[in-house]
Design a binder for this molecule. Sequence first.
Ligand code: OSB
Ligand code: MG
Length: 368
Amino acid sequence: MKITEITIRHLQMKLKAPFTTSFGTFTNKDFLLLEAKDEQGTIGWGESVAFHSPWYNEETLKTNWHMLEDYLIPLILNKEISHPDEVSAIFEPIRKNNMAKSTIEGAIWDIYAQQTNQTLAAALGGTKDQIEVGISIGIQKSIDDLVALVDEYVRDGYKRIKVKIKPGWDVEVMRTLREKFPDVAIMADANSAYGLEDAELLKQLDEFNLTMVEQPLASDDIIDHATLQKQMTTPICLDESIHSLEDARKAIEIGATKIINIKIGRVGGLTEAKKIHDYCESKGIPVWCGGMLESGVGRAHNVALTTLSNFILPGDTASSNRYWEKDIIEPEVVAENGYIQVPQTAGIGYAINRETVESYTVEKKTYN
Ligand code: OSB
Ligand code: MG
């Protein structure tokens, strides 16, 4: 295949409810949607998971647009590509900027799957026809509000409840949840809100039989995570720290992580995500697919990736309607009783509603 035209759109979608993490609150989701066309006219879609502001990591919507326009699109346009695994080699001269790279790579995987007449899941080597999912709940105004939400999502059938924690919203919150929901799989995500000096506090989480604690410490500190894991029984799961197979290998080797959250954008695309998945499987490290409040396009890629065998733990890919009044795909992603049925049409498996896309578009530009 040869990509002959790429369109980038900045979309803004209003979240049904604000989502608060230890690093900030989202009320809108601003992101880039990428449409790629090849010489046969096949269209593929990719979503950048970079946020509007550099809170989660250093990438932003604008840095992604810059990297795409000035570096990545010129490297890809009119280049002969026989398999999407080649894209990471084409992008090798450009350091990091994984979310920007992943945006194009995702669209190329979609085109490849369509041209080989298979689902994206099958193209990746996935085997499941349904996937198990959990849900991630932001920081709330009160513990009562949180308990009410957890209750609702448990009734919906979500297979695992993740709650965001930060200093001042941690041990007592988890204690209350464990008391109210003794049999539910519960975990906590700190988004790097703590330091090793908080080890005594974090160790108190061991009382609550949590499935894991996600990214308690800084993103660039896998050494302190290893030190902390030696002192805690709750498994540590790394999110922000893992950008590549090499990061995963080192974190596992030093005992910094017992579980890995794989986010396609954070690791630079589906090819690297698959490599991390395969490596973790060989080491007996379970993985799960994280979320970045994606629209339907990113969600579809997450669903496909999660069909790989070592995605043993439920991920964060909840129903479209948990986030949006109206998603940009048809049908929307639906979790029923904690399961999403994997679509069976070629490519990402969901159709794009162009009218809806246009209604959310703030700015767009075409490159050819
Ligand atoms: O750390 O997993 C995270 C949302 C925004 C930024 C970071 C994270 C999250 C989530 C929500 O936990 C996942 C989702 O529902 O998409
Ligand atoms: Mg996380």
